[in-house]
Ligand binder design. Sequence first.
Ligand code: ZN
Length: 250
Amino acid sequence: MNLKYLTDTELLKELEKCVQQERQLSIKVLHHLKEVDRRRLYSDQGCKSLYDYVTSKLGYSAGAAYRRVQAARMLAEIPEIEEKIQGGLLTLTHITDAASFFRENQIHKKEEKKEILAQVQGLNKRDTSLKLHEYANKPFVRMVSVPLSEATIHKVETWRGLRPAIHTPDQLIGDALDIAITKTERSRHSTGVRKLVYQRDEKKCTICGSTHDLQHDHIQPKALGGDDTVENLRLLCFSCNQRARIRAGL
Ligand SMILES: [Zn+2]
């Protein structure tokens, strides 16, 4: 094929025609997959699923296979999308994103699916994701890609091991932040309480009046359920604190 002698206009026109043919061919592939799926022909080929067949027998990459299987099934369910794929309004990516959204949000009605697909048609990946979240009335979600160091990845993996019930990266980060926030707030609170006790007891031991080696003592010991409140704390010097501990049998 020699395109060198085409005029610019001819070249662009030819290209548009090829893209159109490519879409038609993609749809043809989807229709064939749909029929193979209906006949469960993949099991005759020694494959355990349509996806398995598309990757191992047809040679598509994992992502490409996944998108085609999703689209073929969507086409079987909602034949009207064919026209939109043909017109370039819906891509395999739209369909794949919508299909996982339907699953996650347990959307089963055909009419609702059609409405959602109509809302995302023509949008880029990011806007599709925003539109879907908006539809589910979920709070604003941003796709972020963050470069992570080896050390951080190691921490993420360690955290994942400690919290096996947590699945998505969003849950994992949210969970870690919840714990970090609680811990920081607690430590800030405790610093504040200790300062107040220090001022109230006028920076001296509440038993002997010494200003040396001052410590915060729990009047009701922590081991016996005493808490970190201003009321339950007092300033004691090291010696008085030791004596108080012995007397309390600690
Ligand atoms: Zn003292």
